[in-house]
Design a protein around this ligand. Structure first.
Ligand SMILES: C[S@@+](CC[C@H](N)C(=O)[O-])C[C@H]1O[C@@H](n2cnc3c(N)ncnc32)[C@H](O)[C@@H]1O
Length: 393
């Protein structure tokens, strides 16, 4: 669990019982087993048996993730892995739900108190229409999705995402909470030392785990986060305050915000765009272009595009599109990200896409060498590196 969450959900606020801690540790270990050990065994099966069979039958290697999927889906190891992964995903949320339910009054009071404090702000919009494609699914199989609310000041979905993702990544050393925000912010500091954004916006910020690092790395900046979900934002404000940061959160649709033209110098997101229908993604990128000041930067951390990884890894990544209620994931990754930015109004010559290091898993010298382009980032996988794309305005 991240230090921020520990402070917010500390012993007196939402303590886990001994049995809950044991269950959560088990689920983290199970996920590690699925995502590392079994995943390696499954790749070996592909390389040593299934891929050669495919080549004998077709006279060529598999061309894309779909062909690998068709060849793999009858393999017992894939079926076992997939079922276990699906169950580990459900167990992740179930392992923290009783703790959250039991402490929900204390969590609500903490969120209410946060709104009274003069550190950052929260602007909610009860009239905001939530898109049907957003409310129709429990994305990531998280019960209640991001947005469910049982009354005013409810913060449970925020706590569920915070504690659930801590269990989700708890067995994977490279997947620390806030690692993406820290990595992108330090990458920018090192790669573009003269770029000092005064206003920063994080789109689809959820509980703000990856928003806070921008306040840390650029302490003079005014940092903002927007999201559709009120319970995530209530939690985000309390979380930001618990770590001493003034961040301004507001409930808005990233496709159409109420910020003025050219308001921000840096617009970021993490794990966000692939969850939107592709038409929404295009509207979000156009809105980001409208919001950027001249010379500003838009930079999104995302799953790597299909063209950047091999067919097997595409098959592996696209599991979420079929089984984790992320229906746009594969289609999003099949797009050309330079063209997406160009369609949003950015000049192609000003577009960026690359892998950066993971600040929380790399020594600072190596991280800096990768940021400056003197060394290559490790291959993508379980947070060994992050893929970013975007454009300068
Ligand atoms: C996977 S989460 C993003 C995770 C977060 N950025 C992080 O790094 O921890 C996707 C978030 O986007 C929000 N979201 C989805 N559609 C949105 C939209 N059109 N505008 C704003 N937020 C949106 C969801 O409520 C959810 O909190």
């Amino acid at each position: 669990m991240s230090q921020d969450a520990e402070r917010l959900l500390a012993a007196e606020l939402a303590p886990a019982t001994h049995d809950e801690m044991a269950r959560q540790a088990f689920v983290s270990a199970l996920r590690r087993h699925v995502m590392v050990d079994l995943a390696e065994a499954m790749r070996e099966r592909w390389e040593q048996q299934v891929a050669p069979q495919f080549e004998r039958r077709h006279g060529r290697p598999a061309a894309d993730g779909h062909e690998v999927r068709r060849a793999m889906r009858t393999q017992p190891i894939y079926r076992f892995w997939s079922v276990l992964r699906y169950n580990a995903q459900e167990m992740t949320w179930n392992s923290v739900l009783p703790q959250i339910e039991r402490h929900s009054p204390a969590l609500r009071e903490a969120a209410q108190a946060a709104r009274q404090r003069d550190l950052g702000s929260l602007r909610l919009d009860p009239e905001l229409a939530l898109p049907r494609e957003y409310t129709a699914l429990d994305i990531h199989l998280m019960p209640g999705n991001f947005h469910a609310e049982a009354g005013p000041d409810d913060v449970r979905q925020g706590a569920l995402y915070e504690l659930g993702t801590a269990v989700f990544g708890g067995g994977l050393k490279l997947r620390r909470r806030g690692a993406v925000g820290l990595s992108v912010a330090h990458f920018l500091r090192l790669a573009y030392p003269d770029f000092r954004p005064a206003r920063i916006l994080d789109l689809g910020c959820t509980v703000g785990a990856n928003t806070l690092p921008y306040a840390e790395v650029y302490p003079a900046a005014s940092v903002h986060g927007i999201d559709l979900s009120a319970p995530q934002l209530r939690f985000a404000l309390a979380r930001a305050q618990a770590s001493g940061h003034a961040v301004h959160f507001s409930q808005q649709n990233a496709e159409q915000t109420d910020f003025p033209d050219g308001h921000f110098d840096l617009i970021v997101s993490s794990f966000f765009l692939h969850e939107l229908p592709t038409a929404s993604t295009r509207r979000v990128l156009r809105e980001a272009r409208r919001l950027l000041a001249p010379g500003g930067l838009m930079l999104h951390m995302e799953l790597p595009p299909a063209a950047a990884v091999d067919p097997y890894y595409n098959f592996f990544l696209d599991w979420d599109a079929y089984h984790n209620n992320e229906p746009h994931y594969a289609e999003f990754r099949r797009q050309d990200f330079f063209s997406l930015c160009e369609q949003a109004g950015f000049a192609r010559a000003r577009c960026i896409q690359r892998r950066i290091g993971n600040w929380t898993a790399t020594d600072p010298e190596t991280f800096a060498a990768i940021a400056r382009g003197e060394r290559e980032a490790p291959a993508h996988g379980n947070g060994a590196s992050w893929f970013v794309f975007g454009a300068w305005n």
